[in-house]
Design a protein around this ligand. Structure first.
Ligand code: ATP
Ligand code: MG
Length: 472
């Protein structure tokens, strides 16, 4: 097969000619080749040469004018040139093996064949030659093309060998299966189930990177099911496995919260690529196992699972090495509030109730409503339709109240400063109380969030507390 027509891009000609001058065999390799054959867009290009990847990268960088961002990763023997959105990675072909139970690879220079042997999957082990006399030739020793055609993830060597060399590859198998909608070849899958616990020697950052890629796929539930059946999920995310299962007492069963959660995740993924909203879907019911009770009259209950779930979020994020700033806060807020819009569908609901939720959800109000919609997983389509329409009504009311009262970005018009200056009091409990009562009055609709009304109420609140206006 001649792929030179896919290599019109001048960068391949340029790297090839630099490599020819240096007399080193050079190939484009891995994901980029796979994506050409799948006609899938790809933004990083990996080059492998039989020699020093860093020296080749240096020469290519000079040839490109010497001004592009250029990074050498000394300890890995790799180098990267950033060319606009494109990342060009260079590495020397290597033979690599890991010592059992150790994270440290022993790396030696190798041939192209050695390098292909240490790649993760047949579909990621193909290389295209860039040297002049063989430009565009595909080197495909494990018949990755056949696996692409049959949509199969398979290791190039015996799976036990590939996976013991780097157990992260088990996660990667699931990740590629999910991103590409491929099957994992049965022997490869069986090896994962047998070796799943070896994932524990891999750093959490690497595991989470792969997990996030699974979560960002078009249909993430597929990846979670594979992780679950392969028994990887209980090693990396036991809280989620605890959601699985149905218990029945006196003929009353609750739903399987694992499959429900996956449905919610797929639903929300049809509407957003925001990783943190997808995480909110994953975690929205995470405390159901911990709060589950059986009550003779009403059956199964999960009281308080939204608050307990929100409290579990920081620990899960910390352990998974996910960011602990605004992203975590947003997930936490969505988990905590995910039941709140439901009672608002009733007709007799007051504007005050709507204002309270707008105030608490703030800038995440739309995200919250998206999560609530995704959380409807009934099999009865009429029910689904009715629930969705109810949320339409809630959103309509939220819009009206928001237009009127501007609660989502609520800023009190009377600050603590004003309170302190008016009554000449020091910061403390009284000031806090007055501010809180002013906020309550706005949310309850007793006053508008407007200076004169708020100022008058402040005076009244102060007098009730024995404070006097001090003229300055
Ligand atoms: P994408 O960039 O879309 O995530 P990719 O296949 O390019 O997919 P990368 O993680 O960028 O994945 O890796 C590039 C190539 O390096 C892979 O195609 C594979 O050949 C090889 N590779 C990466 N990580 C590993 C690993 N842990 N074990 C073996 N080979 C790997
Ligand atoms: Mg890549």
């Amino acid at each position: 097969m001649n792929l030179s027509k896919h290599l019109q891009n001048n960068i391949f000609k340029l790297v090839g000619s630099v490599a020819d001058k240096m007399g080193v065999e050079t190939y484009v390799v891995g994901g980029y080749v796979r994506d050409i054959l799948l006609e899938r867009p790809s933004k990083d290009i990996d080059f492998v040469c039989v020699g020093s990847g860093v020296e080749l990268a240096q020469a290519v960088h000079d040839e490109l004018g010497g001004n592009l961002p250029f990074t050498v990763f000394k300890s890995f023997g790799t180098a990267m040139i950033k060319n606009g959105d494109l990342e060009l990675e260079f590495v020397g072909a290597r033979k690599e093996s890991y010592q059992r139970d150790s994270r440290k690879p022993i790396v030696e220079d190798g041939t192209l064949e050695d390098d292909q042997n240490r790649r993760d999957f047949t579909i990621n082990a193909m290389a295209i030659s860039l040297n002049k006399d063989s430009f565009g030739e595909l080197m495909d020793p494990f018949n990755g093309q056949a696996d692409l055609a049959s949509r199969t993830i398979r290791t190039p060597l015996a799976p036990e060998i590939t996976f013991s060399d780097d157990p992260l590859r088990m996660m990667r198998a699931v990740r590629f299966a999910t991103q590409l909608n491929f099957d994992i070849e049965p022997d490869t899958f069986e090896a994962i189930t047998k070796m799943a616990e070896r994932i524990e020697i891999v750093s959490m950052e690497r595991v989470t990177d792969e997990l996030n890629k699974i979560i960002l796929a078009k249909k993430p539930s597929y990846g979670f099911k594979l992780l679950f059946y392969a028994q990887l999920l209980d090693k990396i995310f036991p809280e989620m496995v605890a959601l699985q299962g149905v218990q029945t007492i006196e003929d009353k069963s609750h739903k399987d919260n694992f499959y429900h959660t996956l449905q919610v995740l797929d639903n929300i993924s049809e509407n957003t690529d925001d990783l943190w909203l997808r995480w909110a879907a994953i975690l929205h019911d995470i405390a159901k196992p911990a709060t589950k009770r059986f009550n003779k009259k009403v059956g199964w209950t999960f009281h308080g699972h939204e608050d307990k779930g929100a409290r579990m979020v920081p620990n899960i994020f910390r352990r998974m090495k996910l960011p602990l700033g605004t992203e975590m806060k947003k997930v936490q807020k969505l988990v905590r509030l995910h039941l709140r819009p439901i009672p608002l569908v009733r007709d007799e609901i007051t504007d005050a109730a709507i204002r309270r939720l707008l105030f608490e959800a703030g800038e995440h109000t739309d995200d919250l409503m998206m999560l609530c919609r995704a959380d409807i997983t009934s099999k009865n389509q009429n029910k689904v339709k009715r629930f969705l329409q109810n949320f339409d009504t809630v959103e309509q009311r939220m819009k009206e109240v928001e237009e009127k009262d501007k609660i989502r970005n609520f800023q009190p018009v009377i600050t603590g400063e004003v309170v302190m200056n008016t009554f000449k009091v020091a910061p403390g409990r009284l000031v806090g109380e007055i501010k809180e009562a002013l906020k309550e009055a706005v949310l309850e609709g007793k006053i508008q969030n407007e200076y004169d009304q708020a100022y008058d109420l402040m005076l009244e609140l102060g007098r009730e507390r024995g404070l006097e206006v001090v003229k300055s």
